[in-house]
Write a protein that binds this ligand. Structure first.
Ligand code: 3PG
Length: 213
């Protein structure tokens, strides 16, 4: 898959809702109810981070939930890309971007949202054809004001900022012309998932789904 085609597909994922929940799930038994809770709240695009031993099983389970579009996050290596694809991920997300990772995503037809945190990193990805990128770590790397500064010189790039974003500052990012959607863990924290607080997660998702952009 070309980076240009991947960008078209990741833009479609971002268009589904203003927020992509970033999920760290320890128990595959939580996968289906969690996905149902988020989809019910109006957030269909889900990022399952490959940070737990259960993550690939979680992706497999969530991929069966109607209305969900499940991606794999924290992709660091070509092997991660292959495992994510095999588990049924529809898209991938990485905190950064290396030549090997990009090659693997392109060779395995996994639409990738690669990470950038500077003008040079964003330009290198654009040069390769990635028009949609993750901005990570959003708050620590300069926040909404930094991203706003990139909009004039790099209007071709749209970002999904992630890292340190919550209900309080998400609107600052979503108001920017170069933000397609934001990612964050606040709609389904580890504690809420562990507690099986599906109603609470649906309520937070519903509020996030209503954020203007
Ligand atoms: C991550 O990869 O952990 C995401 O950037 C989510 O960050 P957050 O937990 O600060 O929302």
């Amino acid at each position: 898959m070309t980076p240009d085609h991947a960008s078209t597909l990741t833009a479609e994922v971002c268009a589904l809702a203003p927020v992509i929940p970033v999920l760290v799930v320890k128990d595959a038994a939580h996968a289906a109810p969690l996905a149902r809770a988020l989809v019910a709240g109006g957030l269909p695009a889900l990022e399952v981070t490959l940070r737990t031993p259960a993550a690939l099983d979680v992706i497999r389970e969530m991929a069966t939930v109607e209305g969900g579009v499940v991606g794999a996050g924290t992709l660091l290596t070509p092997a991660d890309v292959e495992r994510a694809k095999e588990a049924g991920a529809s898209f991938g997300v990485s905190p950064g971007a290396t030549p090997l990772l990009l090659e693997a995503a392109e060779a395995n037809d996994l639409p990738l949202l690669p990470g950038a945190a500077s003008a040079t990193e964003a330009m290198a990805l654009l040069e390769r054809g990635y028009r949609v990128q993750k901005f990570f770590p959003a708050e620590a790397a300069g926040g909404a004001s930094f991203l706003k500064s990139l909009a004039s010189p790099l209007p071709q790039i749209r970002f999904c900022p992630t890292g340190g974003i919550g209900a309080d500052n998400a609107p600052d990012y979503l108001a920017l012309p170069n933000v397609a959607c934001v990612g964050g863990s606040w709609v389904a924290t580890g504690a809420m998932v562990e507690a099986g607080d599906w109603d609470g997660i649906t309520a937070l998702a519903a509020a996030a789904a209503k954020l203007p952009r």
